[in-house]
Design a protein around this ligand. Sequence first.
Ligand SMILES: *Cc1c(COP(=O)(O)O)cnc(C)c1O
Length: 219
Amino acid sequence: MSVEERLAQVKDRIAKAERIAKRPAGSATLVAVSKTFEADDIRPVIAAGQRVFGENRVQESQGKWPELKAETPGIELHLIGPLQSNKSAEAVALFDVIETVDREKIARALADEMEKQGRAPRLYVQVNTGLEPQKAGIEPKETLKFVELCRNELGLAIEGLMCIPPAEENPGPHFALLAKLARECGVEKLSMGMSGDFETAVEFGATSVRVGSAIFGAR
Ligand SMILES: *Cc1c(COP(=O)(O)O)cnc(C)c1O
C-alpha cells in the first residue's frame, strides 16, 4: 500500500470513530508523526493534503521542516517529544504547537523565549498518567497546580493536555483520566492516541491523535 493510501485509511478510521462516538466530523485532528522520516518521505503526504505534523526531536526537525514549511504554506508543526531548556529558542522558532511542557524550568524558558521572539506557539502540558519513572510528564495530581502556575505566574495560555499511556496497558482509563484533568483545568484540547489506539482515543474525546507508523510505515 502507498503512503497516500495509508493516510486515506487512517483518515477514514478517524471519521468512523467520530461517527461511532457521535462526535462532529473533523473534531479529531490527525497529527501525522514523521519522526525518523526524511523530507522526501514527507512530501507525498503533504501533497496528499495533510498539513498537521508531529516530530519528537528539535534538532532532527530543524534539518527538514524549515524547507518543507517554506514549500507549502499552512503547515502546522507539533513538538511531541521531550524538550530540553537549552533547545527552547529553536523550539519556539520552529514549532506551532509544543505538546510537552512538563516542568517549571521548561515553562519559564519558553515564556522567556516567546517574549524575546514575539512568537507564541500554542502549548500543551504532558501528563504522565501511568506514573512511569522513565517517562516525561507531570503527575496527574500536580496537573492543575502546574497549569495554574503557567497561567498565573508565567502568563502562558495552556491550550491542552497530552499523554502517552504505558505501552502494555489498556489505554482507555488513561485517556479518561486525561479528559477528566482537562475539564478540571479548563483546557480544551486533548492530544492522545497513536497508531495502536487512536480510535479508542477518539471515543474518549481526543481532539488530536498522533499517528506515525500507520501512515509512514515501520521505523
Ligand atoms: C512516535 C510517537 C507517536 C507515533 O507513534 P506510532 O505508534 O508510530 O503511531 C505518537 N506520540 C509520540 C509522543 C511519539 O513519540
